[in-house]
Ligand binder design. Structure first.
Ligand code: ARG
Length: 464
């Protein structure tokens, strides 16, 4: 074992007198998770090599050899035949070592004017950028699915809640549109974050730049970066973009989690507002009657780990002096798990939105209880000239009387109602209906079915 280790440590550097222990090797290696960066690592290396050749820092011959070797490495990785070695620490050294095996000295020249510090920073930016694009697409799919559901139920009435107490009638379409707004902001936030992700660190080398006549703008253009990072120390040490990404991801999950909480409540037999298709639920191993909303529950739970990753990255960075420190290797697993969790969750939720059955009768029954139209009665009195605070008081008396009698406001006769205010006339009964209540809130952002349809059209034209 020792012999093998010392052989490897020689390959690493003549500077060392003894090899690291197996335990330390395992502790410091990242290849088993950062091999996920292989594609972007090769992409970055090819852009770097092209620039080196263009600047005559390496020969055209070397450039061609590097391209040939990288093409083969890509094939080996795609075929699952690439041998990832713990001894070679990370994705970068594994690929470089294989390249040198394949093409000799040209492979050894690739690292000219570059360090793993600017290399890994570039890789992560390329990775995060492509995942942002992926997530923005998934947020669009989810919104389209929610818009379909909202349209189907633009007229379906349910009670809206504050403090989990029946507040006012709303439409289910309107309720779904609230989530569409949240996911629209999430997409916006991701695209805003993308601007700061999309800068090229390469060229910063280890920390101070390089003595070779490199052309950083050229590499930036090749890799579709909008600009280069303008300070070499910042370029290799900055992970703000990863933190921003994780913050935006945490908000996505927070929105998913709130929606999940509602789905769980709505699917409880005690509420019975919706049913979720069987493919998103599971049964119980002991209680045969159960159908549990596992997917929303799990998404609510997974929000915790994504929030945790954000805190992990913030904590990772807070004590680091400039410039690069090995601490930074710890940025990857939180980032990767954030991506995996958000991507899977969004895909499942877009599908689940199509598998939701709404139960309008149960929603309607619930809206008819709890004096959901009390505010409408107060507004009615205001329109007849009563100051709002007096109207509020008059309706409070009416509600109290109904509670004592165990009936709804609309069950009172005109005579009984006039006890609370002589301004009440026969046209009150229309005001106290659920349909009248929602239709009356007919302004931008209101719950009226007409507004719901307008909002759906607006979102759709934005998404198409
Ligand atoms: N595996 C390292 C990381 O993820 C690559 C950079 C290492 N650089 C260094 N000087 N040790 O950050």
């Amino acid at each position: 074992m020792t012999a093998q280790l010392s052989k490897k440590s020689e390959a690493w550097s003549a500077r060392f007198n003894e090899p690291v222990s197996d335990l330390v090797k395992r502790y410091t290696a990242s290849v088993f998770f950062d091999k996920r960066l292989a594609q972007v690592d090769i992409q970055g290396s090819l852009a770097h090599a092209e620039m080196l050749a263009h600047q005559n820092i390496i020969s055209q011959q070397d450039h061609a050899e590097i391209q040939r070797g990288m093409a083969q490495i890509q094939e080996e990785i795609a075929a699952g035949k690439f041998e990832w070695l713990l001894d070679l620490e990370d994705v970068h050294l594994n690929i470089e070592k294989r390249l040198t095996e394949l093409v000799g000295d040209a492979g050894k020249r690739l690292h000219t004017g570059r360090s793993r510090n600017d290399q890994v920073a570039t890789d992560i930016r390329l990775y995060v950028r492509s995942e942002i694009d992926n997530i923005v697409g998934l947020l669009r799919d989810l919104r389209l699915a929610l818009l379909d559901l909202a349209e189907k139920h633009a007229d379906t009435i349910l009670p809206g809640f504050t403090h989990m107490q029946v507040a006012q009638p709303i439409t289910f379409g309107h309720h779904m549109l609230a989530y569409v707004e949240m996911f629209s902001r999430d997409a916006e936030r991701m695209l805003d974050c993308r601007k700061r992700v999309n800068r090229l660190p390469l060229g910063a080398a280890a920390l101070a730049g390089t003595t070779f006549p490199i052309d950083r703008e050229r590499v930036a253009r090749t890799l579709d970066f909008e600009d280069v990072c303008h300070n070499s120390l910042d370029a290799v040490s900055d992970r703000d973009f990863a933190i921003e990404f994780c913050a935006a991801a945490a908000l996505i999950m927070t929105h998913v989690s709130r929606m999940s909480e509602e789905f769980v409540i709505w699917m409880s037999p005690r509420v019975g507002f919706i049913d979720i298709a069987d493919r998103f639920c599971t049964g119980s191993s002991i209680m045969p009657q159960k159908k549990n909303p596992d997917v929303p529950e799990l998404a609510r739970g997974k929000t915790g780990r994504v929030n945790g990753h954000l805190i992990a990255l913030l904590t990772l960075m807070k004590g680091q002096p400039l410039a690069y420190n090995k601490d930074n290797q710890e940025d990857k697993e939180p980032l990767f798990d954030t991506v995996d969790t958000v991507v899977d969750t969004l895909r499942i939720f877009a599908d689940m939105a199509t598998g939701i059955t709404v139960k309008p009768e149960a929603m309607r029954d619930a809206a008819l209880q709890g004096y959901a139209t009390a505010t409408d009665l107060a507004d009615y009195l205001v329109k007849k000239g009563l100051p709002f605070r007096d109207a509020h008081e008059a309706v409070a008396h009416a509600v109290r009387a109904c509670v004592d009698r165990g009936c709804d406001l609309s069950n009172l006769t005109l005579e009984e109602m006039r006890v609370f205010s002589s301004l009440i006339e026969a046209d009150i009964f229309e005001v106290l209906t659920l349909e009248g209540s929602v239709a009356a809130r007919n302004h931008v952002g209101g719950t009226a079915p007409q507004q719901v349809r307008l909002a759906i059209a607006r979102h759709r034209s934005h998404l198409n």
